[in-house]
Design a protein around this ligand. Sequence first.
Ligand SMILES: N[C@@H](CCC(=O)N[C@@H](CS)C(=O)NCC(=O)O)C(=O)O
Length: 207
Amino acid sequence: MQLYNSPLSPNGRIVLLTARHLGLELDVHQVNAAAGEHKTPEYLKLNPNGLFPVLVDGDFKLWEANAIAQFLCSKVPGTRLWPQQGRAQADVTRWQFWAVAHWLPALAPFFREHYFKQLRRQGAPDEAVLAAALPQLQRFAAVLEGALTGRNWLAGDSVTLADFAVSAGLMFLEAGKLPLHDYKAIMAWFETIRALPAWAETTPSLP
Ligand SMILES: N[C@@H](CCC(=O)N[C@@H](CS)C(=O)NCC(=O)O)C(=O)O
């Protein structure tokens, strides 16, 4: 299977974490985003959205990171990353949707302003953007903090795709100056995630 990705993509990180945890080898093609490779007609045949990650498995092209993560789990029957029982599976799915709908959009202004702007030499962080983004981040961080209080994992009693979907954006905890350090349960959980071999082995060296 081929994965089209960028090492700086939190969504791509979900796929890399999943593959590594499952012990699946992916042939990773690094998309040259700076050159606009993901907007070329050839790439748009893989993903008409012009985004990464994309998985190619024979004649099957799959985009959306969490769908890819679920698909990878289907290659490893019995994996606890993606439980098959109704409620347990729905619990994991709930966090995957939450991460896409609420969590990553709440984090993104912070890593855009503090990290990507600097990388692209686009000037200083816009304090007005950061101030406007803070209430949403606090709103959803409180939800996550509540869910993790007294628990090691987001869903069930072992690591699942829920943990990967929600933690991936925290790859920019320091570089994006994410204001999450006062959330003790989130920080404790993230330390546990960081200690997983899959996390360490998929950590890019940030330019
Ligand atoms: N919901 C999609 C989001 C994909 C996405 O937004 N990818 C970003 C990287 S994290 C991207 O391709 N950015 C390049 C661009 O916007 O041109 C997924 O989960 O795969």
